[in-house]
Design a protein. Structure first.
Length: 237
């Protein structure tokens, strides 16, 4: 069984089905990439898994434990972390104070600084003064210090320069290589597929493709048609 197993999830907003019977998995040591056009339901899916958006049907299972009815706090304590869009830092606190919000006092921020050495150099600077890329590093590092088993990341590249996005992608790949399960929603499909293991393409709240990232990366025309909705639903290995 996968570390994270989401099956038949249904999430409604204002009475409208946004996520419709969607199933995805995340394995320890792997990155599962969620792709799809704007409005496909990717963010709502992550919010349903995290417990932020109420689930109408389906199951969320983490390491064998059913968390479908658990609160967001209980899910986080069980090892499920969500990095939402928007780079939500505590602007008036320093970089290190932001890290101390979620870290174990006995371990300190060293794991965060090892992943992003740039943050050590900015440790005494107010987080609101950091660049967009540095703020995104800080948000990822802060989530890491809570020691999640599954890390869900929603559009971490939004508004960032390609060179910064590439740096962040490598860091996420490193986290997976160290044993974490990652569920990554990303607008830069080619970059995400290059570091990912499993790919899902969502359209109108449902999965229309599941398969290896390398398979989809080799077939950009099919990916394009999956986004547009004129490609057949299916799997790819």
């Amino acid at each position: 069984m996968s570390l994270l197993d989401v099956s038949g999830l249904v999430v409604n907003r204002a009475g409208v089905g946004v996520v419709r019977g969607t199933s995805v998995t995340a394995e320890a040591g792997q990155i599962s990439v969620l792709l799809g056009a704007n409005g496909a339901g990717k963010t709502t899916l992550l919010e349903g898994i995290a417990g932020i958006a109420p689930v109408a049907a389906g199951r969320v299972v983490l390491n064998g434990a059913d968390l479908t009815r658990a609160s967001p706090g209980d899910r986080a304590r069980a090892g499920l972390a969500l990095i939402e869009q928007g780079r939500t830092v505590f602007a008036r606190l320093t970089t290190e104070e932001n890290l101390r919000v979620s870290m174990d006092p006995e371990t300190g921020p060293e794991n965060a600084y090892a992943l992003f050495p740039e943050l050590r150099q900015r440790s005494g600077i107010a987080a609101g003064m950091l660049s967009g890329g540095e703020q995104q590093m800080l948000v990822i590092a802060r989530a890491l210090l809570a020691r999640p088993r599954v890390l869900m990341i929603d559009e971490m590249s939004a508004g960032l320069a390609p060179v910064i996005v590439s740096r962040l992608m490598k860091a996420v790949r490193r986290l997976a290589d160290e044993g974490m399960a990652v569920l990554l929603v990303e607008q830069f499909a080619s970059l995400a597929l290059a570091i990912g293991d499993r790919a899902y393409v969502l359209r109108r709240g449902g999965v229309v493709y599941e398969g290896g990232c390398d398979t989809l990366a080799r077939d950009p025309e099919r990916l394009h048609h999956l986004y547009l909705g004129d490609a057949p639903v299916g799997r790819g290995e």
